[in-house]
Design a protein around this ligand. Sequence first.
Ligand SMILES: Cc1cc2nc3c(=O)[nH]c(=O)nc-3n(C[C@H](O)[C@H](O)[C@H](O)COP(=O)(O)O)c2cc1C
Length: 127
Amino acid sequence: MLQLIYVSTARSGEVIDLDDILARSRRNNRRDGITGLLHAKGRRFLQALEGDAGKVEAAYARIAKDPRHFALVVLSRRTVETREFGDWAMAADDGSGAVVAQVAKLVEGAAPSVRGTFEGFAGLRAA
Ligand SMILES: Cc1cc2nc3c(=O)[nH]c(=O)nc-3n(C[C@H](O)[C@H](O)[C@H](O)COP(=O)(O)O)c2cc1C
């Protein structure tokens, strides 16, 4: 199974309808057996996608072409035995802390540079 994690930036001037993105994502991801999370903070997105490698790469190629965001940077692309972000078709950050907890768990095993980006992004580090 492939796990792909990237960050991106919302295009300025674009009003991002996160509910619309999530509704479409969940429908497509359910169809494709993809799970993961989407964390939005300010104008930045962090997303993790997990599933069959071909399906994940196809979804990422589609997402990368989406004009609502740009400057996508893949932070990590690796094979995993089990899903590390749970079974959500696409979890969203709802303020409950569940997503941050998942991210914290993931970064334990990540390379230091990836970990730094994550921790800063998800606000895991004390200010
Ligand atoms: C930040 C961001 C995250 C997205 N995540 C997903 C996703 O996980 N799955 C997905 O199918 N589409 C995702 N999309 C939407 C895709 O870019 C694209 O609009 C959609 O897959 C097209 O599907 P549709 O033809 O069913 O509308 C995302 C878009 C953005 C801007």
